[in-house]
Design a protein around this ligand. Structure first.
Ligand code: SAM
Ligand code: SF4
Ligand code: F3S
Length: 448
């Protein structure tokens, strides 16, 4: 039996695509192995959003060349966004590569492997092709699962390569989404995360009478057995009062909103093509917190967009003070070939952008701690993921607000249990705590 290993870079959508590739390969009799060194087939599922993940992939291909030369590795394939972006050029550049497989062709992987074993190099790059919705998925967890609801993106934010490597927005038919969620709930999964680059666009490309995102959430919430529903990512321009009301109303929908702001200055936001202003974004945050008082709010932000001045960057700092996010992913702008922003003048030196990023991240770290501190002593519901990576004598899990909680002792609960934990210490990333049995009954996996 042939073995395979997949290394995944990038966002949750890519992680989920790797689950699909694993599922397809296992259905064909391939066996997954945890250690790449033991694999006959090595696949790299790539990201193209910034230069760093691309450099990592190049280094990895280089590191695997020796195995390919010595014939201890049968097949080496590149999948995902970087494969879609560079296509044939990757095959031309790396003779040790057997195939490239783009984002819309996951089900082509077994065929590409077979051809490679027969000595033929190949590619599958039809972006608008089969998005492989009904792949058998090999979920990374037995209690949390991703479900695609919309593929691609048509927003064309001026800095972003995603629309070029994932194609236009395509919503999955509602019945298909609901069937998949139902199957997961029947199989014992209690948390689903609905995935899309802009989930708020869901249904706009479907027939007039098809449900939009809020209605989809209602139908998912009605499925028996699900305890937690999450979604990512929401575009602020399309996040409306109806969605906030729906989130507040539906019991399974978690009190967490990832709402990427990208910048705080109106001119930069306009040049990014984001479709909202600083004040409109703040009004949305206010409405969201009013609808859900315990809401946790997270964001993505880009520092040093072409032509951004210190004064404009200070608008981002001001916005962070005003919003007070629970946490934020901050990135230095990286030009992506073919995007509109890559053509814009970018006079600010990289070193200065690094300083801005540090300044913003330092401030956000303090805010994250300050936001968690008042919640110490509270009892929170935690879905247990398993032993804590940092301290294997303890367990780790997530609150409904998506904060990490580390608590002990390890034997107190099992992976997939929903338990109640009293928080004892606030951290940047969440909380330390202790099991709060007696206060509120936890629900064990075995109870279900
Ligand atoms: N669809 C989501 C959205 O609208 O925010 C996420 C898009 S992208 C996969 C994830 C994050 O990467 C973005 O939110 C943005 O902050 C960052 N990003 C995208 N392009 C970038 C670039 N050229 N340079 C730096 N960061 C970038
Ligand atoms: Fe990129 Fe903008 Fe689409 Fe998000 S909404 S994937 S940032 S183009
Ligand atoms: Fe990267 Fe592609 Fe996701 S570019 S962030 S893996 S959609």
């Amino acid at each position: 039996m042939r073995t395979f290993h997949i290394t995944t870079y990038g966002c949750q959508m890519n992680v989920h695509d790797s689950e699909g590739i694993s599922g397809v390969l296992m259905a064909e009799g391939y066996q997954p192995v945890a250690d790449e060194a033991d694999a006959d087939v090595v696949l790299i599922n790539t990201c193209a959003v910034r230069a760093k993940p691309e450099r990592k992939v190049e280094a990895k291909i280089g590191a695997l060349s020796a195995r390919r030369r010595e014939a201890t590795l049968d097949v080496l394939g590149i999948c995902g966004c970087m494969a879609q972006e560079h296509g044939q050029a990757l095959l031309d550049r790396y003779p040790q590569l057997d195939f490239v497989c783009g984002t819309g062709n996951l089900s082509a992987v077994p065929r590409l492997i077979r051809s490679a074993l027969a000595g033929e190099r190949g590619s599958a790059l039809d972006m608008a092709g089969d998005v492989a919705v009904d792949l058998p998925r090999e979920h990374g967890s037995r209690h949390r699962a991703y479900v695609d609801i919309i593929y691609g993106c048509t927003n064309f934010c001026s800095y972003c390569i995603v629309p070029y490597v994932r194609g236009p927005e395509r919503s999955r038919p509602v019945d298909e989404v609901l069937d998949e969620v139902r199957r997961l709930a029947e199989g014992g999964w209690i948390e689903v995360t609905l995935l899309g680059q802009n989930v708020n666009s869901y249904g706009r490309d479907l027939p007039e009478d098809a449900p939009r995102f809020s209605e989809l959430l209602r139908r998912v919430d009605a499925i028996d057995g699900l305890r937690r529903v999450r979604f990512t990512t929401s575009h602020p321009r399309d996040c409306d009062a109806e969605l906030l009301e729906t989130m507040a109303e539906l019991e399974s929908v978690c009190e967490h909103l990832h709402l990427p702001v990208q910048a705080g200055d109106d001119e930069i936001l306009a040049r990014m093509n984001r479709g909202y202003t600083h004040d409109q974004y703040l009004a949305l945050v206010e409405a969201a917190r009013e609808a859900m008082p315990g809401l946790s709010l997270t964001t993505d932000v880009i520092v040093g967009f072409p032509g951004e001045t210190r004064r404009q960057f200070e608008e981002t700092l001001r916005l962070f003070e005003e919003v007070r996010y629970d946490s934020a992913f901050s990135f230095i702008y990286v030009p992506r070939p073919g995007t509109a922003a890559a053509e814009m003048d970018d006079p600010v030196p990289h070193e200065e952008k690094v300083e801005w990023l540090k300044e913003l991240a330092t401030r956000q770290k303090d805010i994250s701690r300050e936001r968690n501190q008042p919640l110490v002593g509270e009892t929170v519901e935690v879905l247990v993921d398993g032993p804590s990576e940092g301290d294997p004598t303890k367990l780790s899990g997530r609150t409904r607000t998506n904060k990490l909680v580390i608590f002990g002792p390890r034997g107190a609960a099992e992976e997939g249990d929903l338990v109640h934990v009293r928080t004892t210490q606030a951290k940047l990333w969440g909380f330390e705590g202790e099991l709060a049995e007696g206060d509120l009954a936890g629900e064990r996996r075995s109870d279900r």
